[in-house]
Every structure is written in structure tokens, then in C-alpha cells.
Design a protein. Structure first.
Length: 434
């Protein structure tokens, strides 16, 4: 445990230094490509964590939230968080001139609902009344996130992030752990190690030694054999360093070398004679049956709720208050009638939906261009003279989210509603002006 604790404290010290630095060291700055990938990954982490918070706060049939039923840091919550790591990135990421990236992730509502029902059991109530699908589009629950490159990452971490497939969330500490105290990180690693030992005990007890006898049967209920088995499990070494994943889950792996396991089981067999029918020859054949030199399992743990600081309010550059327009959320609606000339009904709906979205985007573009910025000029005027702002504006318009997507007028008309908060536009306008 001392090794794991020392590692977490060292990482905490490094994170504090990074937090004061505020940028990558001048002697080893990120290349543009690395900076872009790191920003996109941070946006993905933010999107997944926001999606997780959204699911945990969803109300079940009895009025309780998913998070309240599962319990903070419980195996149920950890299982849900690990499941939500599978949320897939959808559409191309958006990268701005200030190194901020945005991306969108989504997860199938029906699969998510099945997962929540399985984890919450009878507390989930009727799956048909779960509010998880609120805001879903085409059967997927989506979430946007934003982020910028994590400063000061070691080369090995950068290499791991660059090599990871887009659908995999790699470890990139301190991402996801910025608000967790040092004590919270230590406790998360400790909980993960305890969970790893518990999982190892379950895994080992399930191993079959004979057609009708497992390791659990061999250990039996005798106090001496149980004590020998538990002492062996607790003596197993942690494999590698603990992993602090971006969804605030610590992961620890424990490995049981097969040769040592066989020797311990032989000792337990001698303690259980003559009650057990397992032979030493059957124990020796264990390595052939398992076809591995070791058995490795992972344990996961989370920091206590009180060890996570609440999110701070976003800081405004220069200490200035936000203008009213920066807190505005624009909505734009587009409609299109299904073509009577298209004989394929599915294709007719697809073409109408596309036309409706194009019209909504045109309306949204017109609304954005008429926004008056803090220096008194419109967005359209600024874009005409500022190439950086014009480029950021194109990226910004791509961030509009579809909040309604449906057929109306008895299926003859398709309607699309887009939503676009203007806060990011405010940041882009300040950067281009500076």
C-alpha cells in the first residue's frame, strides 16, 4: 500500500505544479497536432462526465435519482460509469483558435435504460417511465463537452493518449481529478485495491479443480483453510501502478502467479484431508487447464463524496461581467414538406429532415450574424474583417445541437429545432479582438 500511496501523492504534487504553470513548459511545448488531440480528448472526457452526471441525476419511477439508489462510490455507480465510457464520439470534433475543442458523444437510450434497470433493480420501477430518453434524438442520448490541452503531461502519457482509439478513454491524469483532494485520491486507490482482492477471491474460488469440485469447495468452511486462503489472496502484489481514469475511477490490478497458487492449494488440501477428494495431480494439471502463467483481475474504487470539491464558477477574462447577449441561447426552427415525387417513404423522410435542418441552420446563421458584440459591431461585420474570428465562427456554428427532430402535420412535414448557446462566441470575440 505504501507504494501506491506514494505514487498518488507524487502525482498530486505534479498536478499542483501544473495547475500553477497554466501551460506546457516552454522548453518542451506540445506540437500543434498533439495539442489538438489533447484538447479533443479533454472535450471527450468532459462530455462523458457530463453525460454521467445527467444519468445519475435522472429520476426513477419512485422519485429517487439513479445516483441516490445506487449510492455514491458503490459498485453499481462504478459499473454505470464504466459502461458510460462506451459512449461514442459522434461527428467531427470542433477546434477553435484558442486551443479549446468541443466534441459530442452519445449512447443508445434502450441499452442505457436496460443497464440502469439492471443496476437499480426493483427501485427502477417501470422502464417505460424512466426519464433517460428526455432530449434523445433518433434513439440516442447525446452530450457535448469542451476542453483544452492538459499542461505538463509526461511523454509516456502523451504517447498513450495519441495511440488510443477514439472510442477508448485513456488515462491522462489529472484529467477528471482536478476537483478531488489528495486524500480522496489515496482513498480511491485504497478502495480499488480492496475491490481487486475481493474480485480475486471470487475468481479463484470459481476455478474448477475437478468436474464437481472448485477451489471454493476445496477451501470449505474450516477456519484454518479459509485463513490460509485469505492470507494468500492478501499477499498478492499489485501489478503496475494504479490508474486514475478520467471518470474519477481508480483502477488497480492484482496478479496471482499460477505456480504459487498451486502450492497454496496443496497446503490447503493437506489441511482438509480427508474431507476433500482433490488430488495433487489435479492441482498440478491446473496450469494446463488455465493456459496462463498468472491470473490477473482489476479492482475499481472512487473517492468519497466529501473529498470532491464543488465545481467553481467559470472565470471571466479580466474580471469583467458577461454581457447579456453572451448568456443567450438561440433557437432556430426549420421545416420541410415531404416530397410527393419521391416514391420511397424512408428516402422522402430523410430528404425532408435534411432540408429542414438546412433551413434551421440558415435561420441560426442569420441570428448569430445580427448579434452585437461588446465593441458595438455585429458578428457579420467582425467576420468580414477578422480572419481568425471568421474561422472560429464557422466552427462555432457547427456546434449547434438538435433538440427536436420530428414529423408533424400527420407525417407530411418534418421539423428540426436547433439550439446554440452564445457563451463560446463571446470567448471567440474576445480572443480575436485581443
Amino acid at each position: 500500500m505504501q507504494r501506491a500511496t506514494a505514487w498518488v501523492l507524487t502525482a498530486l504534487a505534479a498536478a499542483l505544479l501544473v495547475g500553477h504553470a497554466g501551460a506546457a513548459p516552454a522548453e518542451s511545448p506540445y506540437s500543434p497536432k498533439v495539442a489538438e488531440v489533447l484538447a479533443i480528448r479533454m472535450a471527450q472526457v468532459d462530455a462523458v462526465n457530463r453525460l454521467t452526471d445527467r444519468v445519475l441525476s435522472a429520476r426513477l419511477a419512485g422519485g429517487k435519482t439513479v445516483g441516490a439508489v445506487l449510492g455514491h462510490g458503490s459498485r453499481g455507480e462504478i459499473d454505470l460509469r464504466v459502461f458510460l465510457r462506451t459512449a461514442r464520439r459522434v461527428g467531427p470534433p470542433r477546434v477553435y483558435s484558442d486551443a479549446v475543442a468541443e466534441c459530442d458523444v452519445h449512447v443508445p437510450v434502450d441499452v442505457l435504460t436496460q443497464k440502469v434497470v439492471a443496476l437499480c433493480g426493483k427501485d427502477a420501477g417501470d422502464p417505460d417511465v424512466l426519464a433517460l430518453g428526455d432530449g434523445a434524438i433518433d434513439g440516442y442520448l447525446g452530450q457535448s463537452g469542451s476542453g483544452r490541452p492538459v499542461p505538463g503531461l509526461p511523454e509516456e502519457v502523451i504517447g498513450r493518449v495519441m495511440a488510443a482509439p477514439p472510442e477508448v478513454l485513456p488515462e491522462m491524469f489529472p484529467a477528471g481529478w482536478e476537483r478531488v483532494t489528495g486524500t480522496g485520491r489515496v482513498l480511491a486507490v485504497r478502495a480499488a485495491r480492496v475491490a481487486a482482492y475481493e474480485a480475486m477471491a471470487v475468481r479463484l474460488r470459481a476455478i474448477l479443480l475437478a468436474p464437481s469440485e472448485s477451489v471454493g469447495d476445496l477451501v470449505g468452511n474450516a477456519s484454518a483453510s479459509q485463513a490460509a486462503f485469505e492470507a494468500y489472496v492478501r499477499s498478492l502484489a499489485v501489478t503496475g501502478e494504479p490508474r486514475l481514469m478520467p471518470d474519477r475511477i481508480a483502477e488497480v490490478e492484482v496478479s496471482a502467479p499460477l505456480r504459487g497458487l498451486i502450492e497454496v492449494l496443496k497446503d490447503i488440501r493437506r489441511l482438509r484431508l480427508p474431507e476433500t477428494s482433490v488430488t495433487e495431480e489435479q492441482l498440478d494439471r491446473l496450469s494446463v487447464r488455465i493456459k496462463s502463467d498468472a491470473i490477473t483481475v482489476a479492482g475499481r474504487g472512487m473517492p468519497p463524496q466529501e473529498a470532491t470539491r464543488p465545481a467553481a464558477a467559470p472565470l471571466v477574462a479580466g474580471g469583467q461581467a458577461l454581457p447579456d447577449w453572451a448568456t443567450t441561447v438561440l433557437l432556430a426552427t426549420g421545416t420541410a414538406r415531404l416530397s410527393r415525387d419521391e416514391t420511397d417513404p424512408n428516402r422522402a423522410r430523410l430528404l425532408a429532415a435534411r432540408s429542414a435542418k438546412v433551413r434551421a441552420l440558415a435561420d441560426l446563421d442569420n441570428q448569430v450574424n445580427q448579434v452585437i458584440l461588446q465593441d458595438g459591431v455585429t458578428v457579420r461585420s467582425r467576420a468580414a474583417t477578422d480572419a481568425v474570428f471568421r474561422s472560429d465562427l464557422e466552427v462555432f456554428l457547427d456546434s449547434a445541437r438538435t433538440v427536436r427532430y420530428r414529423a408533424t402535420d400527420e407525417g407530411r412535414v418534418w421539423e428540426v429545432v436547433l439550439r446554440l448557446p452564445l457563451l463560446r462566441l463571446y470567448a471567440c470575440s474576445r480572443r480575436s479582438k485581443e
